[in-house]
Write a protein of this length. Structure first.
Length: 123
């Protein structure tokens, strides 16, 4: 488990779960055809940037940061569909990746719900 002196282990478990998304998708994205290099670079950047958003959300505990991380996951889902439509990623890979992302999304949704019920807000 990821340990951090400023974050609750429950909050950082989402980062660990997202690590499975990165571990699954990174080699797939690296293997995309060269002619889709811009798409590949954009998706890898998006994949990596999401880790930062999750850490920022864990550290700040602001609902607005949680929503930003949720929007980032939605953006990743969009680009995965785009890549699948262009046959850069197989349907099986797409479904598997969406399953991993859904697990992270469910954790993030529960986290948002908990933060809202605790009266935390953020800008």
């Amino acid at each position: 488990m990821i340990r951090d002196e400023n974050g609750h282990p429950r909050d950082l478990a989402i980062v660990e779960k997202y690590g499975a998304v990165v571990s699954y998708l990174y080699p797939i994205l690296q293997a995309m055809p060269r002619r889709h290099g811009d798409l590949r670079a954009h998706m890898i950047g998006l994949l990596c940037d999401t880790v930062g958003l999750l850490y920022h959300a864990a550290k700040s505990r602001q609902v607005s940061r949680l929503h930003a991380a949720d929007a980032q996951l939605a953006t990743l889902r969009y680009w995965l569909q785009f890549a699948t439509d262009r046959r850069c990623i197989s349907y099986h890979q797409h479904r598997t990746a969406l399953g991993h992302i859904a697990e992270v999304g469910a954790m993030l949704g529960a986290w948002i719900k908990l933060a809202k019920s605790n009266g935390r807000s953020g800008t």
